[in-house]
Design a protein around this ligand. Structure first.
Ligand SMILES: [Zn+2]
Length: 483
């Protein structure tokens, strides 16, 4: 398709969770919870006169009158803020600093004063009926090979509660109040490929900041699409980056068909499906319905802090990749640069001083292999990896033992698993003794083809406890000396 002739305009809105310890407006933990709730809290949605006087979206609210919503509450992970019985605390300092850093990395201008705003949300996902959001910076850009893409705004906002049962309107409060950044680009993206590249670039920069969550479900992307003679469509929940080009192409096709039929196209909000097509959700509301959060004081941005952040921007993953290519095989470096284990790799190499190639291939390939076997590799903690590579560095285990240890690790201590599995490394001397004993026990079977037999018996005893090439050397040596 000739995108230029079609007058394609695309804008992106990317939401990404921050990895702070606590939530944005209270001290509850910034982690999801997967167990039965301690309490169920019932609320009813009712329209109320807003602080500015009018009833917002009156008709819609009327339809929701009396709708019962159930919230799953966790005693050790929720507080009165989430259930709107206590005013929000002032915004999490770490979340603010993270968003400043991200804004600087995206070349944006940070505002002088931050005001928390309320955005009306009436689907029940926010107990209060609104989402709190604050503008952090404006007017940034990212470079793409097709030219710069503008970043119109960077906001820091609270996530909503997550839907557990849509028929019964059950929401879980664990996610409510988690901090996330919202990055909005200007609609000056003109091809699907450029949209993908811009999204990848923004993702790369966010990951480079070290301040965002990694893994599944931490990113949400909305794609705005319009063409000349068509309408503006906001496509929500584009869950993967590589869906973006197809989502755009399918939406353009949809609009072109309607134009051909002579039908009028309305601006609308739609939801992306896995095949790249989309379904209607609702018409685009007018300007965002926002009003000030009167329970939180505005915040003057500390210029000195911004200066300090500006002078200490982290290295981007692009740059790290070039450096890694100098010490790692290219494919391992490429894989690692896309892996959420990149920062862990750097930490292990700098703190433990373990061999970069072994660390990288473990984090990239070994984990993938054992995950395929059904091992829950995501629950292995950084500390466990560090302990593991310390043992390798101290020559207490062989690199061959790493997969076995990781497979059996669960929440146990690395040291305990190593002794449980009998994987403590043996010395060359101990190996020689084992080889001598086995040769003696099998003396009557030794002939010129005995290498395979002895090697097999030895490996059965020492697998994972000493480098295979050492075993090979010792067995050959011993057999030669016998002859
Ligand atoms: Zn709380």
């Amino acid at each position: 398709m000739d995108w230029q002739q079609l007058g394609l305009k695309v804008g992106l809105e990317i939401h990404w969770g921050l990895n702070t310890e606590k939530k944005l407006f209270c001290s509850c933990p910034n982690t999801l919870i997967n167990r039965q709730a301690d309490k169920l809290i019932e609320r009813y949605l009712r329209p109320a006169v807003g602080e500015l006087g009018g009833i917002d979206e009156a008709a819609k609210a009327e339809a929701l009158k009396g709708k019962k919503i159930i919230y799953e509450f966790f005693d050790d992970a929720n507080c009165l803020v989430e259930i709107d019985e206590e005013p929000p605390h002032s915004p999490n300092k770490h979340a603010l600093e993270s968003s400043f850093l991200i804004a600087e990395m995206l070349n944006a201008k940070i505002v002088d004063e931050i005001h928390v705003m309320r955005k009306t949300i009436i689907d029940g996902s926010n107990v209060s009926g609104f989402q709190r959001t604050m503008l952090i910076a404006m007017d940034g850009f990212v470079k793409t090979s097709f030219g710069n893409v503008g970043i119109s705004s960077i906001c820091l906002e609270e996530d909503s509660s997550r839907i557990i049962d849509s028929k019964k309107n059950i929401f879980r409060l664990d996610r409510l109040g988690m901090p996330e950044v919202e990055i909005t680009t200007t609609p000056d993206i003109h091809t699907p490929e450029q949209a993908l590249e811009a999204a990848e670039k923004i993702g790369m920069i966010l990951l480079s900041s070290g301040k965002v969550k990694t893994g599944l479900g931490v990113v949400r992307q909305d794609v705005n699409v319009s063409i000349k003679d068509g309408a503006r469509t906001e496509i929500k929940h584009v869950q993967r980056l590589n869906w973006i080009p197809l989502v755009i192409e399918k939406e353009v096709e949809r609009q072109l068909q309607l134009i051909k039929k002579g039908e009028k196209i309305e601006n609308s909000v739609r939801v992306a499906k896995e095949d790249g097509s989309n379904v209607f959700l609702r018409p685009i509301a007018g300007s965002a319905r926002m009003y000030p959060e009167t329970d939180v004081m505005s915040i003057l941005v500390d210029k000195k802090l911004i200066e300090k952040i500006k002078n200490n921007l982290p290295e981007t993953i692009d740059v790290k990749l070039e450096k890694m290519k100098k010490v790692l095989p290219n494919d391992v470096a490429e894989q690692l640069s896309k892996s959420e284990k990149l920062f862990l790799f750097e930490k292990i190499v700098s703190e433990v001083k373990a061999d970069p190639t072994i660390v990288a291939s473990t984090l990239v390939y070994t984990l993938k292999d054992i995950k395929r076997k059904g091992v829950d590799v995501d629950s292995i903690e950084d500390k466990q990896f560090i302990d593991l590579f310390k043992m390798l560095k101290d020559d207490k285990i062989a690199k061959e033992a790493i997969p076995q240890i990781l497979e059996k690790l669960n929440d146990k201590k690395v040291e305990d698993v190593v002794s449980e599995l009998g994987l403590l490394k043996i010395t060359r001397k101990e190996l020689e003794k084992i080889v001598d004993d086995l040769i003696n026990e099998n003396r009557n079977k030794i002939d010129k083809n005995a290498y395979g037999l002895i090697m097999g018996l030895v490996m059965k005893k020492v697998r994972g406890r000493i480098d295979g090439s050492v075993v090979d050397e010792v067995v050959k040596d011993k057999l030669k000396n016998m002859a």
